[in-house]
Design a protein around this ligand. Structure first.
Ligand code: MOS
Length: 735
């Protein structure tokens, strides 16, 4: 039997089989079952797939200037090197950076140099070493142009980018007037630098053509979208493209869109009639994929003396390469997080000749809440209110912009629970009061919120005649635990122990999933598995002669009508396959959905050197039903660590003469390492959001990064009385 089961979220769900918890596997903190494969080198990553003996190697040639027009590419010397097979120079097809996930295809080079380190050509040779060597012999003749490399110099030229991931302008009431008339006002500007996703696995691909059809082994987050982008770039039908991605060594946004490695490898493999493999060097990962935009953010707050916000504005300038419209939606939380009759959130984009800016680790909130939550702390002090009390007084009853009801929102509770657990009452209201030798100690807090998104997603679940199950979908696991949580959902639905469920992911030949991005992956793809299993439950109920409600499934048996039958007997040699599709439906339009939390931080700031050590971090989070306590908690640890990075260390330094990213490797671009990370504390409250999905879950992956950096910098202020509004807060700025 092979059927389909559609599930559209048009109303909140009631109690489901998941709530009965008969198999008792959903939500449990079980280990990721593919974990041992990864740490023992048995999980196959993009560059490692075996594709026959005659694989050729590509090496991408990049631009050594930041802006100009390509006059000529001379490949003579490279091509006459022994072992060189081909040089790709087709600038109408080859891309100049990774694609933005919302773009139909990556932008072709088209003879234009728009940023330093931009891919220009690719040498293909018998070995990696020959290709790398010959790449130095490719001569690119360029007519240079004056480049634009500074957000500060270009800020006056910033324009309204229009609607992208969100509206660039969200206005309500009359902000200027209300701000003018407010009893207490606050107005400050914050800056954040460009950042790099810095995933561990460099972007890599192997392309192989068979009878005009392309198979690509890659490392991407959104397989279905990536198939469309690659097909479009190559000018072929999506039917002729298959992308295979069983494992991804971290993405953090930089692998949302198809990258230059895949387009170049596919072009070269088609040309030479052999499989071609390419990995970007670490420097190329930094300079040829995508970055988070730098920002200039002005936050203005107007309030009555009792702390009621009457006017709130968040105006952001971001950057991108000319012709690319994505803007960092830094004001995304300011739209709904706090009450206030008069509101203004705007975004402007300035063109610069620096790598494409795109989504990275909680795009918007991650840097936007650095500004907003810092400003809330500063305003609380002006009003002589505790930062938690100031936020509580501005808790909106409904979305303050649209009036839509919140599907669920427990921000105040997260702050209160966190305050108790962290010992917030020990905090000194006045900064620089607590000293231990050279170290000044302080505490800070911030809200966390991340807009909840769901996407259409499909998966096929087959209950095989031996009573075991198979889940198949092109969904990806980027290290987040997808394999395991899909097992847990199917295990709970079908009453099967987890070792009786196999999962195949990341193959575009399988049903099309939401992919991993925007914290929608677990909820969306999990809901498709739920839908498919629901179809199987109904089929089994029919076989047993009971209603689905009266059917209990446990430990591989069906129980109902006073019988208990092993599944393989009930199936009698007939497997049941159901393709389930989840669609977001109208609940995503008629409720405002977000995940919420609160961060608490204790830092020590060295009075002599200005060095900051994060001593304690606590995040209290609510995100609907938790599918796996361990993987969800790990996501929060990751968010906290990214927060330490945004607050203290992460910054792409651009040479403003050439557009070169000076610190283009993991030695110089500082992500927090073990020595920077204290014992982390995460508390996820039991929660359900019936409007968000049939799982009653919401996104958690990016929630913990939202706001955590501000909790750290607020703690720095409390420790030493220095308020720095220019991130990252390195010691030179604190001194
Ligand atoms: Mo996320 S920045 O959508 O990978």
């Amino acid at each position: 039997m092979d059927t389909t089961q559609n599930l559209t979220m048009n109303k909140p769900v009631g109690e489901t089989r998941l709530d009965r918890g008969v198999q008792n596997v959903l939500g449990k903190g079980v280990d990721r079952y593919e974990g041992p494969l990864k740490v023992s080198g048995q999980a196959t990553y993009a560059y490692e797939h075996k594709v026959g003996q005659r694989v050729a190697y590509g090496y991408i040639v990049t631009s050594g200037i930041g802006s100009g027009k390509i006059k000529r590419i001379d490949t003579m010397a490279a091509l006459s090197t022994a072992g060189v097979l081909h040089v790709v120079t087709d600038t109408k097809t080859a891309p100049r950076a990774s694609a933005d996930p919302s773009d139909p295809a990556p932008t072709p080079i088209n003879g234009e140099i728009t940023h330093f380190g931009q891919p220009v050509a690719m040498v293909v040779a018998e070995t990696f070493e020959i290709a790398r060597d010959a790449a130095k012999l490719v001569e690119i003749e360029v007519e240079p142009r004056e480049g634009r490399y500074s957000i500060f110099r270009e800020r006056e030229n910033a324009i309204d980018p229009g609607k992208q991931t969100m509206d660039s302008n969200t206005l309500k009431g009359n902000f200027p007037k209300a701000f003018e008339e407010a009893e207490v006002t606050f107005d400050a500007t914050y800056t954040t630098p460009s950042q790099s996703s810095s995933a561990m696995e460099p972007h890599a691909a192997i392309a192989e053509w068979t009878d005009g059809k392309l198979t690509l082994h890659g490392c991407y987050q959104l397989v279905s979208t990536n198939v469309q982008q690659l097909a479009k770039a190559l000018g072929i039908s999506t039917k002729d493209v298959r992308i295979i991605v069983p494992y991804v060594g971290g993405g953090f946004g930089s692998k949302l869109g198809i990258g230059p490695e895949s387009v170049f490898a596919s072009m070269a493999a088609r040309e030479i009639g052999r499989p071609v493999k390419v990995a970007l060097t670490r420097q190329q990962v930094y300079q040829a994929t995508s970055r988070r935009s730098d920002t200039i953010q002005r936050v203005r707050l107007g309030a009555r003396r009792d702390g009621t916000i009457t006017a709130i504005a968040h105006d952001t300038i971001t950057t991108n390469t000319p012709g690319d419209d994505f803007f960092e939606p830094a004001g995304i939380s300011t739209v709904f997080l706090y009450a206030g009759e008069n509101r203004q959130v705007t975004h402007r984009k300035a063109d610069v000749n620096i790598l494409l800016s795109s989504s990275m680790r909680a795009p918007g909130e991650a840097v936007g809440m650095l500004a907003l939550e810092n400003a809330m702390d500063e305003m609380a002090e002006k009003l002589d209110l505790d930062p938690i009390e100031f936020r509580r007084r501005n808790e909106p009853k409904e979305d303050p912009q649209t009036g839509l009801p919140f599907s669920s929102r427990r921000l105040v509770e997260c702050m209160q629970v966190g305050a108790e657990r962290f010992g917030w009452s020990q905090r000194n209201k006045v900064p620089a009061q607590r000293r231990e030798g050279e170290w000044l100690i302080g505490m800070g807090m911030a809200s966390a919120s991340r807009k909840n998104m769901t996407q259409q997603s499909s998966a096929r679940v087959t209950l095989l005649s031996n009573g075991t199950a198979l889940i198949e979908t092109d969904m990806t696991d980027i290290g987040t635990g997808t394999y395991t949580i899909l097992q847990q959902i199917a295990g709970e639905m079908l009453g099967l122990p987890l070792d009786k469920i196999a999962v195949t992911l990341g193959d575009s030949a399988l049903p099309s999933a939401s992919g991993s991005g925007g914290s929608w992956g677990a909820n969306s793809s999990g809901s498709s598995v739920y839908a498919a299993c629901q179809g199987i439950v109904e089929a089994l109920a029919k076989k047993l002669g009971v209603s689905a409600d009266d059917l209990t499934l446990k430990d591989g048996t069906a129980i109902g009508a006073n019988r208990q039958v092993p599944l393989h007997e009930l199936l009698a040699g007939e497997p049941i396959a159901v393709t389930g599709t989840f669609k977001p439906g109208s609940t995503s339009n008629n409720t405002h959905q977000a995940s919420y939390g609160a961060h608490f931080c204790e830092v020590a700031v060295n009075a002599v050197t200005g060095e900051t050590r994060v001593r304690r971090l606590l995040t209290v989070a609510t995100a609907g039903r938790i599918l796996n306590e361990k993987t969800a908690t790990s996501q929060c640890y990751g968010g906290q660590i990214f927060g330490i990075g945004t607050a203290l260390t992460e910054e792409l330094v651009v040479d403003e003469r050439t557009g070169l990213m000076v610190n283009h490797d993991l030695a110089e671009y500082h992500v927090p390492v073990n020595a920077d990370v204290p014992d982390l504390d995460v508390l996820i409250l039991e929660d359900r959001d019936a409007a968000a999905s049939p799982l009653a879950g919401k996104g958690i992956g990016e929630l913990a990064i939202a706001g955590v950096g501000a909790a750290i910098t607020n703690a720095i202020y409390n420790a030493c009385g220095v308020r720095v509004r220019d991130y990252p807060m390195t010691l030179d700025k604190v001194l």
